[in-house]
Write a protein that binds this ligand. Structure first.
Ligand code: PLP
Length: 380
């Protein structure tokens, strides 16, 4: 990290990094450049000669675009990374990463509870491509150690994990993955760079669904991967230029606008979620509250060490959850009954234990028993 970067606070970096007044008009806000193609003055600028270096001219927006590039530079800075690659969604970022790092015959370790889309991709799609997948409880370092193979190329973690908010110790995972010759990718969507910077803890890639906290307004899908320049150049070629999951400049512009207030929003999210979590913990109909900022969270010590902000999502169980959930859409006055997270609007959504198992990894009996233990002996 450069000395200049270190000396500036996150609020300043979130507003200013990657932005410059327009050299022609002096406009201070980022330009929204919707052009798909760029006129080149140099007839010698051939397609193959057009490498994606920072000073290369823009040629075609599937390769790079000025508004998207501004967002990538800002995200790289906030995560203390060398570079970032933006995608059309968090899932495009995840699939781009898997498919550019892994080949047929490789092995990948994925957390046994993951965001549903990633769980389905790993469970249903990757094996069809000849990629071997092991699902592992990444809060158990011995289980990870036992799962590693000579062909393991990638360990893919999510912390906190959506929706059970289990944490993974990024530094420990990185040490184990690297000793086995594998890389570590961390989906840090729920944490955001205000809580945790996985690259500083040894991760090779950090992934975000920009649709959530980073965009922050529920009006733009997007995704990004941040990491080392040379690895990300490969990811851009395979994951974006070839697979084509490009972020629209309009969405990049909306997300850039969201990033400027990310530090302020995350402080507010954590404060409100903490208050709601403490309220629910005292509520007679609530049987369990899972929030990394509560001392009752089984990994509270890790949360204190790894998360400077406990973020805005919490999970709770009620004795009569299904009946309660049926009343929610009519009775809610402020919250929206809707999936997703990280907006300025508060959202709530019910998932039964069966749905949770189905959307994660169809957990087997041994893993279910493990979760019962993890979350203090009560059924999840
Ligand atoms: N990662 C996490 C942790 C998520 O919660 C989500 C979506 O909810 C994704 C990835 C996928 O992001 P997107 O919906 O932008 O494709």
């Amino acid at each position: 990290m450069s000395a200049q970067r270190r000396s500036r606070g996150m609020r300043t970096r979130a507003v200013h990094v990657g932005e410059h007044p327009d050299p022609v008009t002096g406009a201070a806000a980022p330009n929204l450049v919707m052009s798909t193609t760029f006129v080149t003055e140099d007839a010698a600028t051939g397609f193959s000669a057009h490498s994606l270096t920072d000073d290369a001219p823009f040629l075609y927006s599937r390769w790079s675009n000025p508004t998207v590039r501004q967002l990538e530079l800002k995200l790289a800075d906030l995560e203390n990374g060398e570079d970032a690659v933006a995608f059309s969604s968090g899932m495009a970022a995840a699939s781009g990463l898997f498919l550019s790092v892994l080949q047929a015959g490789d092995h990948v370790v994925v957390s046994d509870i993951s965001y549903a889309g990633v769980a389905e991709l790993a469970r249903d799609s990757l094996p069809h491509l000849g990629i071997r997948v092991s699902t592992v409880d990444l809060s158990d370092l011995d289980e990870l150690q036992r799962a590693l193979l000579p062909t393991t190329r990638l360990v893919y973690a999510e912390t906190p994990v959506n929706p059970l908010l289990r944490l993974a110790d990024i530094q420990a995972l990185g040490d184990i993955a690297h000793a086995a010759g594998a890389e570590l990718a961390v989906d840090s969507t729920l944490a955001t760079p205000l809580a945790t910077r996985p690259l500083d803890l040894g991760a090779d890639y950090v992934l975000h669904s920009l649709t959530k906290y980073i965009g922050g307004h529920g009006d733009a899908l997007g995704g990004a991967v941040v990491g080392r320049r040379e690895r990300l150049a490969q990811l851009r070629h395979a994951g974006v230029i070839h697979f084509g999951g490009v972020l629209s400049p309009f969405n990049a512009w909306l997300i850039l606008r969201g990033v400027a207030t990310l530090p302020l929003r995350m402080a507010a999210h954590a404060e409100s979620a903490g208050r709601v979590a403490r309220f629910l913990e005292q509520h007679p109909r609530v049987t369990r509250v899972i929030y990394p900022g509560l001392s009752s969270h089984p990994q509270y010590a890790l949360a204190c060490r790894q998360m400077a902000n406990c973020s805005g999502m919490l999970t709770f169980q009620a004795a009569d959850g299904a009946a309660l959930a049926r009343q929610l859409p009519e009775r809610l006055e402020v919250f929206h009954y809707a999936v997703s997270l990280g907006h300025h609007r508060s959202l709530i959504f019910y998932l039964s234990t069966d749905e949770l198992q189905e959307t994660s990894f169809r957990l087997d009996a041994a893993h279910l028993a493990r979760y019962r233990m993890f979350y203090s002996g009560k059924p999840i």
